[in-house]
Write a protein that binds this ligand. Structure first.
Ligand SMILES: Cc1ncc(COP(=O)(O)O)c(C=O)c1O
Length: 455
């Protein structure tokens, strides 16, 4: 980059001019931002030259790892051929069309069409309108209500944040918007009481049926959930949960929406998260791993059930973004998917590194402060516990998670904490030695928690 100020000045410039997402700016400006300026494989480097193992793949997205020259080359070539053209007025570009085909080839089943967006939030706003438009086109305009889950995350746009089930987000901006309600999440450890996980999975799934009863089947358009709730803390549902949800949606004529923004593109050892749970959604927002974060692109995978009505009955769908199917982003995404295919990364997660990670992660369960350490593929959630024999949690979960996370970062490991759960979601290319580095460093942070906090 030309005219780059000295890195030492950037922190001050940042404090003066840059408002960060999901940040307390007063605290951040006082502490100073960490400037990341280089990355390779699963490692990132800050401006002081410190190296960190990024066990979070950026923000659950850098599935093929950092430093893939093939992707930057593909984007560069496309920029030279055609840096931009829209897909609005009867036109398309080769990468946009080929990417839609490629995504459909991996979705399998009936998800044969893709509507492109720039982000996961926009993807959620998009299916939200599609679901309502679908029922209206079928002569059921009153089917508008959408049911989502507490503690879910579906983005930060107005509909996305409303679909999400985070109260503290709703408090900012008078959300949720009308027509959205939330049921409980399948978080057995904290909310399962005396039920077995299997019983609890069925119980919370049946809350969907109860809510549909309350609202009236003829008023409910869709139910949305992440296959595994990600930002909410990697909440892995009991095995009984998803089949029951699918049954209820089918029998009650409610569209099933699987938010694949995190779970898509190999994270669970399948191309998409719903495939891991053996259910078939009608709509599925995607983003993140679609381009491994190299350029922003998202979309909605649309089943024949919905697409056929949109194509045959709707006429114009008055929705879209200037950059829907942006050719450079699509070219980068195509190259990313080629890498995932050619290197067999989905199969690698399913058969090799996923099971290795699962064993390493699970081994942390012998630690005094760990209630459970569960994972699917390369997505792990570790529950901190004050008393593991009774599943009693620490009184101040946020402080505890932050303590462990900060210890990890200070020791060169990027992890995320949601409350008292530690989250991992590394690149699908992570090696066994790097997995060991993650669990070794996390174990030291757990020791630090045990040795410093008495509760
Ligand atoms: C499940 C899920 N849906 C939607 C989103 C929103 O995606 P974006 O940040 O690209 O708008 C996220 C982001 O973390 C997510 O985890």
């Amino acid at each position: 980059m030309t005219d780059m100020p000295a890195l030492s000045n950037l922190s001050a410039i940042d404090a003066a001019h840059h408002l960060h997402p999901f940040s307390d700016m007063k605290k951040l400006n006082a502490a100073g931002t960490r400037i990341i300026d280089r990355a390779e494989g699963v490692y990132i480097f800050d401006s002081t030259g410190r190296m960190y193992l990024d066990a979070f793949a950026g923000l659950w997205c850098v599935n093929v790892g950092y430093g893939r020259k093939e992707i930057s080359d593909a984007a560069y070539r496309q920029m030279q051929d055609l840096p931009y053209y829209n897909t609005f007025f009867g036109t398309t570009t080769p990468p946009a069309t080929l990417l839609a085909q490629k995504i459909a080839s991996h979705a399998g089943g009936k998800l044969n069409r893709v509507f492109f967006t720039n982000s996961g939030s926009e993807a959620n706003d998009t299916w939200f309108r599609m679901a309502r438009v679908y029922w209206r086109a079928l002569g059921k305009p009153e089917k508008t209500q959408v049911i989502a889950r507490r503690n879910a995350y579906h983005g930060s746009t107005v509909a996305g944040a409303s679909l999400g089930g985070m109260k503290w987000m709703h408090e900012q901006g008078n959300l949720p918007i009308a027509g959205i309600s939330h049921i409980n999440q399948p978080y057995w450890y904290a909310e399962g009481g005396d039920l077995t996980p299997a019983e609890f999975g069925l119980k919370v799934a049946r809350e969907l049926e109860e809510r549909i009863e309350e609202l009236g089947e003829d008023n409910v358009a869709a139910f949305v959930a992440e296959p595994i709730q990600g930002a909410g803390g990697v909440i892995i549902p009991p095995d009984t949960y998803w089949p029951e949800i699918a049954r209820i949606c089918r029998e009650r004529n409610v569209l099933l929406v699987s938010d694949e923004v995190i779970c898509g593109f190999g994270r669970l050892g399948t191309w998409f998260g719903h495939q891991h749970y053996g259910v078939e959604p009608d709509l599925a927002p995607i983003a993140k791993g679609l381009s491994s974060g190299y350029l922003p692109i998202g979309g909605v995978m649309v089943s024949d059930r919905v697409a056929d009505v949109m194509v045959e009955e709707l006429g114009d769908f008055y929705h879209g973004f200037t950059y829907s199917g942006h050719p450079v982003c699509a070219a980068a995404a195509l190259e990313n998917l080629r890498i995932i295919e050619e290197e067999g990364l989905v199969e690698r997660v399913r058969d090799d590194i996923g099971p290795y990670f699962a064993a390493a992660w699970k081994s942390l369960e012998d630690h005094e402060v760990v209630g459970e350490a569960e994972s699917v593929g390369l997505m792990g959630g570790l529950q901190l516990a004050a008393d593991k024999s009774t599943r009693r949690r620490y009184a101040k979960p946020d402080d505890i998670g932050t303590l462990v996370r900060n210890h990890c970062i200070d020791n060169g490991l990027i992890m995320r904490a949601t409350g008292d759960r530690m989250l991992a979601s590394p690149a699908l290319t992570i090696s066994r030695a790097e997995v060991d580095e993650v669990t070794d460093k996390l174990r030291k942070a757990l020791d630090h928690l045990r040795d410093t906090v008495r509760e």
